[in-house]
Design a binder for this molecule. Structure first.
Ligand SMILES: Nc1nc2c(ncn2[C@@H]2O[C@H](COP(=O)(O)OP(=O)(O)OP(=O)(O)O)[C@@H](O)[C@H]2O)c(=O)[nH]1
Ligand SMILES: [Mg+2]
Length: 299
């Protein structure tokens, strides 16, 4: 079921987006697993848990995996630190990166190489380290930056990128350095989004296309979130002085300050929704995360 421009409480089904090409992509990922040494799962640092995908995990099975939380430059550093501690405690290999920052991205390669080498040693105690080719598969939700990471590592525009979910449609091998091959794969959503809230988070970061939840629903959620966390950049950018502002007041103020007006000075809210989403996704309304790590269980 799809509804557009409806800010009322969205139904669960609203967020399910699993077109046929994703089922095919998942099948192809499973088929190619045998060919790779390690899977790099790309998630969004703003949504560390809900930008994972259980169906991908099941598909990957026992294959070694390194999680890369990309776009850390758009995330709240304090919350990122909490997540990093939590993933370390769970002994889940991971790294947070801004993939446009080359040195941090280079660490991905050394970490992946180490995991593969350790695994080879575990499987074969007589194994002697040799410089064999490293083959890595890049998987993850749509729009998390898989292709951008590959291009950054390859230092050229080897695969197409765009700020829209579903850009990559076919698998493609890309050689980087002399001894590494990376396999780019199309983004795969979970067949079911478990919590309504997660659908909103994934819409906000544009892992889901805007016509699934509707721009009004997603932009209203984003504005409420930014008011809730009192994001200074949000208030500064739209010159909103009252941090207790309501959604309706904020929408009117943004329309006025940014000239999103129809005839007779009426606010053009559709333009406001688009503007807020574009500016939020570009990081101009402040760094933020959705969700916190699970609390430790009381013993
Ligand atoms: N700010 C920021 N933007 C990023 C980063 N990495 C990727 N992007 C942007 O995210 C958008 C999506 O990037 P893609 O590489 O096409 O994402 P993808 O995961 O390959 O997407 P699909 O092919 O649709 O699954 C692009 O606009 C990139 O410029 C990052 O670390 N920081
Ligand atoms: Mg891509």
């Amino acid at each position: 079921m799809r509804r557009q421009n409806d800010a009322s409480a969205p139904s669960k089904a609203l967020f399910n987006w699993y077109p046929g090409h994703m089922a095919k992509a998942l099948r192809e990922i499973k088929q190619r697993l045998k060919m790779v040494d390690i899977v790099l799962e790309i998630r969004d640092a703003r949504v560390p848990m809900a930008s994972g995908n259980r169906s991908l995990d099941e598909g990957i099975g026992q294959k070694k995996k390194l999680i890369i939380f990309n776009k850390v430059n758009l995330a709240d550093q304090e919350i990122v630190n909490k997540w990093s501690t939590w993933f370390t405690e769970q002994e889940i290999p991971h790294i947070f990166v801004d993939c446009f920052d080359r040195p941090s991205l280079k660490k991905v390669i050394s970490m992946a190489r180490k995991i593969v080498e350790n695994n080879r040693k575990e499987c074969n105690p007589d194994y002697i380290e040799t410089k064999t080719k490293l083959k890595m598969m890049i998987v993850g939700l749509p729009n998390t930056g898989k292709s951008t990471i590959i291009n950054q590592l390859a230092n050229k525009s080897a695969t197409k990128v765009a700020d829209k979910p579903g850009q990559t449609q076919i698998q493609q091998w890309i050689p980087i350095e002399n001894d590494i091959d990376l396999l780019d794969t199309p983004g795969v959503m979970p067949p079911q989004i478990e919590r309504e809230e997660h659908g909103l988070w994934l819409s906000a970061i544009h892992a889901l296309p805007d016509d699934i939840a509707g721009e009004q629903t997603t932009a209203s959620f984003v504005i409420n979130h930014l008011i809730g966390i009192k994001s200074p950049k949000f208030f500064e950018r739209y010159k909103i002085e009252n941090t207790e502002v309501t959604l309706e007041e904020a929408l009117l103020k943004i329309a006025t300050i940014r000239g999103c007006l129809r005839q007779k000075g009426l606010p053009d809210l559709d333009r406001v929704y688009k503007l807020v989403l574009a500016e939020f996704r570009a990081g101009e309304l402040g760094k933020t995360c959705f969700g916190l790590p699970p609390k430790p269980k009381l013993k």
